[in-house]
Structures are given as C-alpha cells and as structure tokens.
Design a protein around this ligand. Structure first.
Ligand code: BG6
Length: 513
C-alpha cells in the first residue's frame, strides 16, 4: 500500500471528524514553542490523517522571512522534535502549504497583508477558510495582536458559521487578577467567548484527560471520593530541570505563576469537581469554576500561614553539582522569585469540607514527577495493631500524570507465612504496558481541538479569573515582604523543610513519589 493510500490527507481527502478547510496562523512563529511543540504536533496530526484536507500554515513574526526559509526552519523542527520520524511525502504536503509573513504586532500593515493572504488562499481554493489565530508570543503583545485582529476584521470572518475565526492564547494569561480581567475584556471586545481557546497544556496530556474517565466511567471510586473517606489530597508537579537559559523570563514569574496558578489548579479542579451533567465543554467548565470558587482564601500570615515559598540552592542532580537559583544567568543575587511553592487549601463544600488539599511545585527537585495522590483514612478499630510484624500504610490512590504514566492503589497485604505479618503493596496500571508508549503529545490534541472548535480542554475566562483570585493575594503579600520568609532547599531534594510544617498540623507528611 502506498503512503497516499494510507494517508488520504495526501490526496486531499481527510477522514477527519469534519474539520473545515483551515488556515492556521501562528504569531511568534520563529519562537521555541512553534519549533518544539506546534510544528511536530501538526506533522503528527497529518500522519494520523486528522488535519483538514485543505490546510494552510501561515507563520507570522516580527522579522521578515522568505517562505522558503520558513519551510526549511519547520522542516528542521519536525526532524528534531517530532515523536515520529517525518515521512517526506506527508511532510511535503504541509510544507508546500506553508507561508511566512513579517510585520509589527502593534501596527496594521502586517495584518492587512495577512488578510490579503487568507483571501488569496480562499480564492485559489474556491472555498471559504476557517482562520485559527494562535498567539504564541510574549504576553506583552497579546493585546496589540488581539486589537489588530479586531481592527482588520479578521476576528469576525464567517461569523456564526461553522468556520468562524478562532483564537488560541498561550499562557501566561495575565499575571494577577486585574491583568487577567483586562486581558479577558480585551479578548471579549474582539472575539466571542466560544471563539476563544486559552491554553493550559496540562489539559492536553493523556493522563489528565484520563482522570475524567477514571473518575466518571468507574463506579467504585465515587462512594469513597469525599470527606468521609479521604484524609488528604496531595498534588505534586515537580521538575528536575532548573531555569536553565530562561532565567530572564522566570525571574519575576516564579513557581506560583508559572505552575501553581494554572497546571496544579487545573489538576485540583478536575480531581475535586462534582460530576458534570454531560461531557460538553460548558458543563465540565461550569463544575471546575464552581470548585475553584469553593476554595477558601488562603491564610498568609504567621504560624497559620498556608503558603510556603523557597528558592533552590546548590545541589546535586543526577550526581552532578548544579548552581543555586541566584547563581543562574539573568538572576540577581537578591532575587525574591520563588522556584518552589507549596499551598494548603481548604475547600468549603459538602464533599470536601475538612479535607486538606496540599499542592506543591518546584524546579530542581529530586525527580521529575507529576501526580495526584488521594490518601484515605485509616480503618476504624485496631484489629491489626502496630507491632514489629504489622507494617500498615494508609490506603492511597495515585494518578501518575508523568512520567511512568498510570495509576496505583496502595493496599496492605499479608506476607505469606505462618504468622500474621503485613506489608504495604501496590496495584499498578501502566500506560506503557497496556497501551504501548507512543501516545500523542499534549499539543497534538490541543491544536486539533482548536481546529475543530472543541473547547473542553481549554480554560474559560471566568475559570482563569477564579484561579487568579486565589493566587493574587499571595503575590501581594510577598511584594510587601521582599525576601523575608523565603526558604531554601538544596537542588535535587524534595523541597524546603518548612513545607513539612504545612502538613504537621494534620499529622500528614509529603509523599516521596
Ligand atoms: C510550562 C512552564 O508551562 O510547563 C515551564 O512554563 C515548565 O516552566 C513546563 O517547565 C513543564 O511542562 P511539562 O509538560 O514538561 O511538565
């Protein structure tokens, strides 16, 4: 069978679930995200025959570049970053439909050219095109781009038809509640909410989508999923990497803005929300917003404080010595940017009142691991009282988001033998053993969903505001404190000792994933 038989995309006959002819315009097309994630995602969608049969890619950047040079650049990124080796026949089809336009983000000229280009593509094709505008630039130009899209009428092309324009906005969506509200308002002046796709790439991860399936397609968990049985929940998003060459970006951002406000809060919302009425995007997002609104304002002061921040110092990663945060390039010696944050949250609703939710995220931690661990209460009575022979753990259900994707139930079992001895044991489900390891990358799913207009895995405007409302007071407090209260931890460790304090009150301990 030839490639064109296996890949109708090559013959212009996509089997895709009805995606209309599309022009995907990437602002920030010479940036890192385009090279590492977006281009490989497009290539892999083409391989799976999921791109619309008529598909055009328009890169847009500040510096002019010939179409040929752009094609060469994206060829290089597909080669370097795609999870599957590019097949020249499939790749060629993407390449010949790729173009580049240069222009300032805050002046009309480039956008007038962009409109002309889309009109010309439509004319040659003899059909209308859906425009998907992907804003993958530094946040300082989000608003100018939105304004220009509005000003040139690009946002309202084919409005209220199946092929109306869409806009995808990368993070960070604001840096506090006020700026998130302003950005929402600027977006709403140009696009209707249903046209807007705010990215949190964690939602594109297979394991995060699987959380909904595991929770709502299995009846065994629901009776336990509440304050009667759950002792605490621990959400960890730990990275081994430091800030590397991104010191300049990271400085002034910090772990709370970079990871907690978005990725960990999304994991929390999906894990703790009520069952949605249906699986349509609005029902799911309604439940997430309700959950975020039920989280109580954090206590920020004194012994009772529910927030810890810290910076990594020198340490060992993989046996190699690495510098501390303030020795990284672009980071001042007196930086007050946290590379680690831990929060203890209280959720005031029927399901969760009294159950502490612990969230933590940090760079340069002992291991790269993201997981949600639900720790259950101990059984009543003491049939198996602690002794030398009895080693009992609290039951736990752990969703391993990455790496080593899967889930684990922690149980106690009898060690075979003539006396009663016990030991904690694990029941595992692993993606790699059950499904193989070549699963789609988060961006494949997200780019596809934006093209077909499914907003389930994107953040709604009120959702981002609900999350910022919780996080902003933390930053306001830190601004008044400067470096006071900044803890430290050795690179390669599990975070500062002070973070243990958050859990002591309830006699809990952080897991060692
Ligand atoms: C990004 C953060 O959103 O997520 C980065 O800006 C971080 O600082 C990255 O490294 C982690 O993503 P992943 O998918 O590797 O867990």
């Amino acid at each position: 069978m030839s490639d064109s038989d296996r890949h109708p995309f090559l013959k212009g006959l996509s089997k895709h679930r009805g995606a209309p002819p599309t022009a995907l315009v990437i602002f920030g097309a010479s940036g890192d995200l385009t090279a590492r994630k977006l281009v490989p995602a497009l290539y892999n969608l083409a391989v799976d025959n999921l791109l619309p049969a008529d598909f055009f890619l328009i890169g847009f950047g500040r510096k002019a570049m010939a179409d040929e040079a752009f094609r060469e650049a994206i060829r290089g990124s597909a080669r370097e970053f795609s999870r599957r080796k590019p097949n020249p026949e499939i790749w060629q089809r993407i390449e010949e439909n790729s173009f580049f336009l240069g222009g300032a983000y805050d002046e009309p000229e480039g956008f007038i050219e962009l409109k002309k280009k889309i009109d010309e593509l439509e004319k040659n094709l003899g059909r209308d095109l859906q425009s998907v505008f992907y804003i993958s630039t530094p946040p300082s130009v989000f608003r100018p781009i939105l304004d220009q899209l509005g000003g040139q009428g690009l946002a309202r092309r084919h409005l209220r038809t199946r092929i109306e324009s869409k806009v995808v906005i990368e993070k960070p969506f604001g840096r506090d509640l006020v700026s998130a509200r302003e950005l929402n308002a600027a977006t709403a002046r140009v696009f209707d909410e249903r046209q807007v796709f705010r990215i949190d790439h964690y939602l594109g991860k297979e394991t995060v989508q699987d959380l909904l399936v595991q929770r709502f397609a299995n009846a065994i968990f629901e009776p336990l999923w509440n304050r009667r049985y759950v002792d605490c929940v621990q959400i960890t998003v730990a990275e081994e990497l430091g800030v590397g060459g991104r010191g300049g970006y990271y400085e002034g951002t910090g772990a709370t803005r970079d990871m907690i406000q978005n990725h960990t809060m999304q994991l929390l919302a999906l894990m703790a929300m009520e069952p949605p009425v249906t699986l349509d995007p609005e029902s799911i997002r309604d439940e997430k917003v309700k959950l975020l609104k039920a989280v109580q304002p954090l206590r920020l002061e004194g012994e009772d404080s529910e927030v810890i921040r810290a910076q990594y110092g020198e340490g060992l990663i993989g046996g190699k010595k690495v510098p501390g945060y303030t020795q990284e390039d672009g980071v001042p010696g007196d930086s007050s940017t946290e590379t680690y944050a831990a929060l203890r949250l209280r959720i005031n609703n029927w399901r969760w009142e009294g159950v502490p939710f612990y969230l933590r995220s940090g760079k340069r931690m002992a291991r790269r691991v993201s997981e949600i661990a639900i720790q259950f209460k101990r059984p009543p009575g003491n049939l198996f009282a602690a002794s030398d022979l009895i080693n009992l753990a609290q039951n736990a259900l752990v969703f391993q988001i990455q790496p080593d994707e899967g889930s684990t139930v922690l149980l106690n079992a009898k060690i075979p033998g003539l006396e009663t001895r016990t030991q904690p044991v694990k029941m595992h489900f692993r993606y790699s053993t059950t499904f193989g390891s070549n699963t789609p990358e988060a961006y494949e799913r997200l780019v596809l969903d934006a093209i077909i207009g499914d907003s389930t895995l994107f953040i709604r405007g009120d959702e981002t505001e609900a999350s910022w409302k919780l996080i902003t007071p933390i930053h306001e407090n830190w601004e008044t404190l400067g470096r006071r209260g900044m803890e430290s931890y050795a690179a390669g460790s599990w975070g500062p000792l002070a973070a243990e304090r958050l859990l002591w009150e309830n006699r809990h301990q952080w897991r060692r994933p």
